[in-house]
Write a new protein. Structure first.
Lengths: 239, 316
């Protein structure tokens, strides 16, 4: 979808002495996502050697750069340059990944809490999650963790941090869903688990998902979860 | 070959980090104390970021099959070579069959052992750094264990004339740390009273201070209003979770997170986060970006001065 007549209003903010954030908005929205992607593309085209990394997220783009090679002023000027040259950017590589999830029992420790907070029944919640494709706005946090937004409801994070959330855990925070990819701390409400390895360093392509892809969640029973998990571990299953 | 007799508390292989994959959520990892790590490599004539061992709180015991030049920088872990005391921040020759032993850290927290040529393991995504959470890099993506065998690589580059480091270049690790911070990018989400509280309070480093985050205990800083949309977060970011106790992002931390970043610790001060021990105090002092960049440039110029003096044999 081409965004027309959308004036780009970006804010430049400092992120320490080696970083710069370009902010395009404050809310998760497909239009903002497109601006972010367009800007990343535009900045990459400038091929600035002093730029160490460009890290996009929902509404902003972080630029880590080497201040020994490029002054802050010069970096800001190049950012404005890239902003002026924004062009519609369509990823032709978008794909849909089917993600089987078990939403029951010990694999869904915060399910009851989420149902209470939203007032939804479990059937209603699962219907919301599985009835449409979820756009992956970004991958971040831990290797390959897909951030998906725009749920029709919003729930607060857990007030305390869990120290070790198992990989495959499907979480909800605010109006986002995500899938934990390695054992990591976190505050998202865990409502299920997938046997898929969204990230696997031993695979030719370690990351199953990247920004611009779509996820289709599918409900599986706990028995299927363990069967699939075994198949994946033994290399008999290709997602 | 270096044989690990005792691994120590949390010893990993690290280099300058795995840059270039944060877009996919891959943290940079790498040596937590860039100053000590770079000086250790200089002391043995290695390329700037050859891989080395990073030890935490308590070092290990290592047996060397053959003779190699080595150096220790960072925390003082009471190192001995074949039973005789060694000094940090200078290079020495380990004889064939020698045993290098470390004890508990008595000053600072992280110590670096560089050997001439660097530690050789297969790079993963361009780096030899260990990232334990995902099980990649270093030796099988994990902390070292007794019985591990380490190969020495080819990352040496200069013939050294001298490896004396004068006291001037040796940082003093104390227990009260002042960290310069640049406010932002989300400091404006905190009202004046909370910003002031953050800048005027003294925090204690909690017992949860690892390669992912340095958690602090002290007066809570309260965010007014909305929950944040996740965005990128880099090394040194001071993040404020709902309970208000700040924590500082370290190189194994997630690349994006949904917390407000009240400020960033400046690059020239990052080494302090590697050396602050649980129980040490931290206070934040605001600084502007241009001054921070100047301090970083000065620090980098120091490496050049040292590198040059080692090459030419002229003491500095």
């Amino acid at each position: 979808m081409l965004m027309q007549n959308v004036g780009v209003i970006a804010k430049l903010q400092p992120a320490g002495d080696g970083g710069l954030v370009v902010v395009f908005g404050e809310k998760i929205a497909p239009g903002v996502h497109e601006q972010v992607q367009e800007f990343v593309h535009s900045l990459q085209k400038l091929q600035i050697t002093a730029v160490r990394e460009i890290v996009p997220s929902y509404c902003s783009v972080m630029i880590y750069y080497d201040v020994l090679q490029l002054s802050r002023k010069e970096m800001c000027r190049l950012v404005l340059d890239a902003l002026e040259k924004l062009e519609p950017f369509l990823s032709s590589l978008s794909k849909v990944l089917h993600v089987p999830v078990c939403y029951d029992g010990v694999l869904a420790p915060d399910m009851d809490c989420v149902l209470r907070m939203t007032g939804l029944s479990k059937k209603e919640l699962l219907n919301i999650l599985t009835s449409k494709l979820h756009l992956v706005y970004l991958t971040g946090f831990t290797p390959g963790f897909p951030y998906m937004g725009n749920l029709p409801f919003s729930v607060p994070r857990q007030s305390s941090t869990r120290r070790a959330i198992p990989p495959g855990s499907v979480g909800i925070a605010g109006n986002q869903t995500g899938i934990y990819t390695v054992v990591s701390p976190g505050e998202w409400n865990i409502i299920g688990r997938t046997p898929l390895k969204i990230f696997d360093a031993k695979r030719a392509n370690p990351f199953l998902l990247t920004a611009g892809d779509y996820v289709q969640f599918e409900i599986i029973e706990i028995g299927e979860y363990f069967t699939l998990k075994r198949k994946i571990e033994n290399g008999y299953y290709q997602p | 070959m270096i044989v690990v007799i005792r691994p120590g508390n949390f010893t990993t292989i690290q280099d300058s980090g795995r840059w270039g994959y944060q877009t996919w959520g891959m943290p940079i990892s790498g040596c937590l104390d860039p100053y000590a790590a770079q000086v250790a490599n200089l002391l043995v004539g290695n390329k700037k970021y050859a891989a080395m061992l990073e030890m935490t709180d308590e070092g290990g015991v290592f047996h060397f099959d053959y003779s190699v030049m080595a150096a220790i920088a960072g925390a003082d872990m009471q190192a001995t070579l074949n039973g005789r005391s060694l000094h940090n921040w200078q290079s020495f020759i380990v004889p064939a069959g020698g045993t290098l032993a470390f004890g508990k850290a008595v000053s600072g927290r992280r110590s670096y052992l560089a050997v001439q040529g660097g530690i050789e393991v297969a790079p993963v995504m361009g780096s030899r750094s260990t990232y334990v959470a995902a099980g990649i890099g270093g030796l099988d993506g994990r902390i070292l264990m007794a019985g591990d065998m380490l190969e020495i690589g080819n990352d040496a580059q200069v013939y050294l004339q001298t490896t004396d480091l004068s006291e001037f270049w040796v940082p003093k690790y104390r227990h009260a740390w002042k960290l310069n911070v640049i406010l932002g990018p989300q400091a404006d989400l905190f009202n004046a009273a909370n910003q002031k509280k953050f800048l005027s309070s003294t925090y204690k480093v909690s017992s949860i201070a690892d390669r992912m985050a340095c958690e602090l205990e002290g007066p809570a800083v309260i965010l007014q209003g909305r929950e944040l949309v996740s965005d990128a977060t880099g090394w040194g970011a001071v993040e404020i979770p709902a309970h208000g106790q700040p924590f500082i992002v370290m190189p194994d931390h997630g690349t994006t997170r949904g917390f407000a970043k009240i400020g960033y610790v400046i690059q020239a001060n990052l080494y302090k986060l590697a050396q602050a021990m649980p129980g040490d105090t931290i206070s934040f002092v605001e600084i502007d970006t241009d001054t921070a960049i100047d301090l970083y440039k000065l620090q980098q110029a120091d490496y050049q001065t040292l590198a040059k003096s080692f090459r030419t044999g002229q003491m500095c």
